[in-house]
Design a protein around this ligand. Structure first.
Ligand SMILES: [Zn+2]
Length: 269
């Protein structure tokens, strides 16, 4: 069953990539810059990350997931949740954990050293969703093992959550220009491209906000919501970290940056 779920996740990933690549070609919010170079670089990052995770984290994580379900550990099990109720509630609770984790990545200095690789991108499109430092993903895998034992999602719920996170991340990083009314309506429920572009803004007043991944309500509840600029202002909104411009497309500098003594300390708090 795990194999089918894994294939399903891959299909969702490829479909999302193609759908959003297509939509941002038809209706871009900002002009595309160095598009082929971006696809090449971020595609390379994705391959490196997939190999790293498959080598070091995938099998132990899967065994852990199955073991926790078999033992019946976690809050969801104690509450006796089953079927769709378990799946839906697991999606909400795991997304909440993800929100807290994303905030920690901005708040805790050594975590930020890794997460910065994602934010060093000076533009934003669907390929930005592939741009994560392998170190961040490995640390995340450890943290997610903790979420699993705390909440106790079923294996099915976990795979659905992962597929949804990947699809939503592709969506909200994409460079799609929606009319104001669609953006505003969607943003009531889920994280939209404009909502998340604010999180990548050079202006850290809005950059230190809008941490949600799937559901937008966490930022509202925990007062980390910043209203994104309107459609026209957004076209020229500077994105990324100007201090880390050198990291944008240099593979080597990008990989070893978190470990350097003289790390580019960017005040992000
Ligand atoms: Zn972030």
């Amino acid at each position: 069953m795990e194999l089918n779920l894994d294939t399903g996740k891959l299909i969702v990933f490829v479909a999302g990539l193609l759908i959003f690549l297509g939509l941002e070609t038809i209706a871009p919010a900002r002009p595309h810059i160095h598009r082929l170079r971006r696809i090449g670089f971020h595609g390379g990052v994705a391959v490196l990350n997939t190999v790293t995770i498959r080598l070091f984290a995938y099998v132990p994580f899967l065994l852990w997931l199955v073991h926790v379900e078999e033992e019946g550990w976690g809050i969801s099990r104690w509450l006796g949740l089953v079927g769709w109720a378990e799946i839906l509630l697991s999606l909400v609770v795991l997304d909440f954990f993800d929100y807290l984790w994303h905030r920690a990545n901005h708040r805790v200095r050594w975590l930020w050293r890794f997460h910065k690789a994602h934010h060093a991108d000076t533009a934003m499109d669907v390929t930005t969703a592939l741009r994560f430092h392998p170190g961040e993903l490995l640390i995340s895998a450890g943290i997610k093992a903790l979420w699993v034992v705390i909440w106790g999602p079923t294996v099915v719920a976990w795979f659905l959550f992962e597929a949804l996170v990947s699809f939503c991340a592709q969506f909200h990083h994409s460079n799609i220009d929606f009319p104001d009314w669609i953006e505003r309506w969607l943003a009531w429920f889920i994280v939209t491209p404009r909502f998340h572009a604010s999180h990548h803004a050079v202006d850290r007043r809005t950059g230190n906000a809008n941490f949600s991944t799937i559901f937008s309500l966490w930022d509202v509840i925990f007062t980390s919501y910043a209203r994104p600029p309107g459609r026209t202002a957004r076209r020229s909104e500077p994105l990324g970290l100007p201090e880390a411009r050198a990291l944008a497309f240099s593979a080597l500098a990008w990989i070893d940056e978190p470990f350097r003594r003289r790390n580019l300390e960017i005040d992000n708090r």
